[in-house]
Design a protein around this ligand. Structure first.
Ligand code: FE
Length: 293
């Protein structure tokens, strides 16, 4: 079975591009890269041309997730695998691949209509070292584990599981959280050493995306970021704490589109066997808005 290897890039639709550029650089530490296109700009985390595209289209939501496969052979094999699984896809044109700064791209939708792209061959700019948008103690942790993880909306967790399984991911339920009236059992899918790359099953929401998590390699950047967030009076949705599944020490705050960014450090590698938890290691108490809608 061919497997996607990482969440390589993500497209985000925004109403206020200037607010996002400022937030991404001065709060998060990402590098804003502007190529003079009026409808978009790019955010960098490492040597890649970009990890995020901010599209000034007003949606304030996820536009697409870009999952990488290893190379041209895997890209061809993936098309066969999707056909076998009865998943519709479209081979992107060369113009569409160039727009994403990749060699080849497939376009499809997951069962809840979240746009998904599968690509190989990202443009990597080794002549252009990452330049953080503000001071950082360390760097973002990407490498073989992709840009981070995200929680997205799914109407049918089993259908979503089958879809992401067909992309070569593994995973399952990792939490049973008792909310009194009902128990929430989110599903976490991984495709590399990151505990999860895509997760779902946290309940209905008005947006496609709940949060994106970015990991740093130095604990002090979590503290530094929290100070900046609080100085700028940005809402903290979830206080610092440590997750039981990925062991991430993190906190969640609101981005200019109203959904959340999780800033984390210290994750462990994905477990090879399934486990579940009924609570986090410590912390992660809800603050303003909690886990969001
Ligand atoms: Fe998370």
């Amino acid at each position: 079975m061919v497997q996607v290897t990482e969440l390589g890039y993500m497209g985000i639709g925004v109403k206020d591009l200037d607010a996002w550029r400022n937030f991404a650089s001065t709060i998060v530490g990402l590098e804003v890269s502007d190529e003079g296109e009026r409808d978009r700009c790019y955010l960098r985390m490492d040597y890649w041309h970009h990890r995020f595209v901010l599209h000034a289209n007003g949606s304030d939501d996820l536009e697409y997730l870009g999952f990488r496969v290893a190379g041209g052979e895997e890209f061809a094999e993936m098309q066969h695998q999707l056909t076998e699984a009865g998943i519709k896809f479209r081979l992107g044109s060369q113009e569409e691949a160039i727009e994403r700064h990749v060699l080849d791209v497939l376009k499809l939708n997951d069962p809840s209509g979240n746009p998904v792209e599968i690509f190989h061959g990202p443009e990597v700019q080794f002549n252009r070292p990452f330049h953080p948008g503000r001071r950082m103690h360390g760097r973002f942790k990407t490498g073989a584990n992709g840009l981070g993880h995200c929680i997205i909306r799914q109407e049918d967790d089993k259908a979503a599981y089958r879809f992401y399984r067909a992309l070569g991911m593994r995973g399952g339920v990792e939490y049973k959280i008792n909310l009194g009236k009902h128990v929430v059992t989110p599903t976490f899918m991984h495709c590399n050493d990151r505990d999860h790359t895509v997760a779902f099953g946290v309940g209905p929401s008005k947006r496609r995306i709940n949060h994106v998590m970015l990991e740093v390699d130095n604990l002090d950047d979590v503290g530094f970021t929290e100070e900046l967030v609080r100085q700028h009076k940005i809402s903290v949705n979830i206080k610092t704490g440590k997750h039981s599944n990925d062991h991430m020490y993190s906190f969640y705050f609101r981005n200019p589109s109203g959904w959340m960014l999780e800033y984390g450090w210290g994750a462990r590698a994905a477990t090879k066997q399934s486990e579940y938890y009924v609570r986090d290691v410590y912390g992660h108490e809800p603050e303003d808005g909690g886990f969001g809608e």
